[in-house]
Design a protein around this ligand. Sequence first.
Ligand code: SAH
Length: 241
Amino acid sequence: MAFSASVLTLYPEMFPGQLGMALAGKALEAERWTLETVQIRDFASDRHRSVDDTPAGGGAGMVMRPDILAKAIDATTAADDPRPRLLMSPRGKPFTQARARDIAAGPGVIIVCGRFEGVDQRVIEARQLEEISVGDYVLSGGEPAAHIILDAVVRLLPGVMGNADSGENESFENGLLEHPQYTRPQEFEGLAIPDILRSGNHALIDKWRHEQSLQLTGQRRPDLLDGTAGASRSKKPGKGR
Ligand code: SAH
């Protein structure tokens, strides 16, 4: 069975969007994954089809109503649906490469996109939504976050990336950032490709790349090395390949 993604949103026309192009789009066409969008507004019951209301206790903005979102979720997924149910949320657990691998190894994913000031707390609890964040900044809606998650996951599905190996040496896969990359021309604006990459000595090249990775990670993301980034890594750091 192909990996199955369901996205609950007030803006289904944002999908597939960029997920219909390039690598993810080809994989969608090849039916390596399927994408269903659910218009949350279709589950509104009043004449104005409203999905939000003013925050209890006062304050700015609007909050998504729990009853309507719950109906949309119940119509999309049976109680025994094994797919994780993610709610896009800046308060959520940070999304990582390790989590992308976990999701890609499973049957699919259900993604709920918030809008306005967010979602009534009770539906998060009642439908056991797992809050996931794509970074420490606030988006105007969960849709771009859903794109990020699906993009990161789909490229890891079997048969999607051309070179199976290219997924494994990348940033975060071994707890490190990737080494610098070079290609032709041999000389660009007076800058040459490092000699070692032209040596043909693969053991030395691997060693050089690993050292570059370590150095770069130390400079830019020391949190990956000292372990405080926690979930970012899928394997122990410092292991060359
Ligand atoms: N008032 C909320 C922010 C609401 S932003 C707060 O301060 O926490 C509106 C919606 O955008 C959210 O419900 C969520 O679905 C989405 N969103 C915003 N920032 C996000 C982030 N960093 N990661 C994932 N989703 C995000």
